[in-house]
Design a protein around this ligand. Structure first.
Ligand code: DAK
Length: 257
């Protein structure tokens, strides 16, 4: 099984498990990943997801070069569409996805991490878009999500050179939000996931949608989306509960309605 899904309460852990190929994404793995994304997105009991790589060396070392080598243009288009569906599915998921980057995050692996909402990395993680060294371009959103996260200069540096960045460098440019010692990575990712899982799932979904919209809209349209989602939050029991709990000096108990 190249994609494993386990549960820890309201948190799901998705592991891309093809360690013999450093978890490279072939079509079969992408299909399984897409199925997992769809299943988790439809499950209200899942409030947060942690995504990581199997084995101790790699998060995802990219799309599968051995499979891609013989592609026709049409097969490449289909492969790209499948990968993009995985990335867009994570981005559009109602729950927050946290990438726990435990090693190489190259090419499609860096793009997969970028599709997640938050990125935590182990100290030995490596990031890069090495497609240029293979004579191709990034195909799972790297030319689009990377500049949105780190700006044009760093995106071009990575995409045009194919160089790898260390975790501390990735942290400095804002590609990841935190770096931890190897053994601390999963506990810290799970801790954040449990924390997010306890928040209002409605407000979580609206917040994620509003921030996602920021990258694609002008500020007036974005503010309109923000205003509408803010108003919608006032139609929820979670808003009443959150504000009552604050004023009554007790922890809130959100029910997602
Ligand atoms: N694909 C297939 N196999 C891979 C792989 C990959 N991306 N990365 C590693 N492996 C395999 C190796 O071939 C090796 O297999 P065996 O020889 O043992 O059978 C095994 O994993 C262990 O790898 P190494 O022996 O190379 O391990 P090292 O520690 O020496 O090196 C490395 C680790 C990560 C630096 C190195 O493996 C490496 O450079 N890997 C390739 C990284 C890479 O170039 N990634 C980007 C792939 S391109 C598109 C759709 C998608 C894409 C583009 C366009 N369209 C349809 C529009 C995406 C493209 C990519 O992601």
């Amino acid at each position: 099984m190249a994609v494993e899904v386990t549960r820890e309460g309201a948190v799901a852990v998705v592991t891309v498990a093809r360690p013999e190929a450093l978890n490279a994404l072939n079509s079969a793995t992408n299909q399984l990943l897409l199925a997992a994304v769809r299943e988790l997105s439809a499950d209200d009991s899942v409030r947060a997801v942690v995504l990581t790589g199997g084995g101790d060396k790699s998060f995802v070392a990219g799309a599968d070069i051995a499979e891609m080598q013989g592609f026709t243009a049409e097969e490449a288009r289909r492969f790209g569409a499948l990968g993009q569906a995985v990335m867009s599915g994570i981005e559009a998921a109602p729950q927050p996805w946290i990438a726990a980057v435990n090693g190489f995050a190259l090419g499609g692996g860096c793009e997969l991490a970028l599709a997640c909402d938050v990125r935590f990395a182990a100290e030995k993680a490596k990031f890069g878009q090495p497609e240029i060294t293979l004579g191709i371009t990034p195909g799972f959103g790297g030319t689009q999500r990377l500049p949105r996260n780190v700006g044009d200069g760093w995106a071009k540096y990575l995409v045009l050179s194919g160089r790898h960045l260390r975790a501390d460098e990735a942290l400095r440019i804002g590609l990841v939000q935190a770096v931890f010692a190897k053994d601390e990575l999963m506990p810290q990712a799970l801790k954040l996931a449990q924390e997010l899982a306890a928040k209002s799932p409605l407000a979580m979904r609206y917040c994620k949608a509003a921030v996602n919209a920021a990258a694609d809209t002008d500020i007036a349209t974005g503010q309109g989306i923000e205003r509408d989602l803010f108003a919608l939050a006032f139609a929820s029991e979670d808003q009443s509960e959150g504000m009552a709990a604050f004023l009554e000096k007790r922890p809130p108990e959100f029910n997602g309605r």
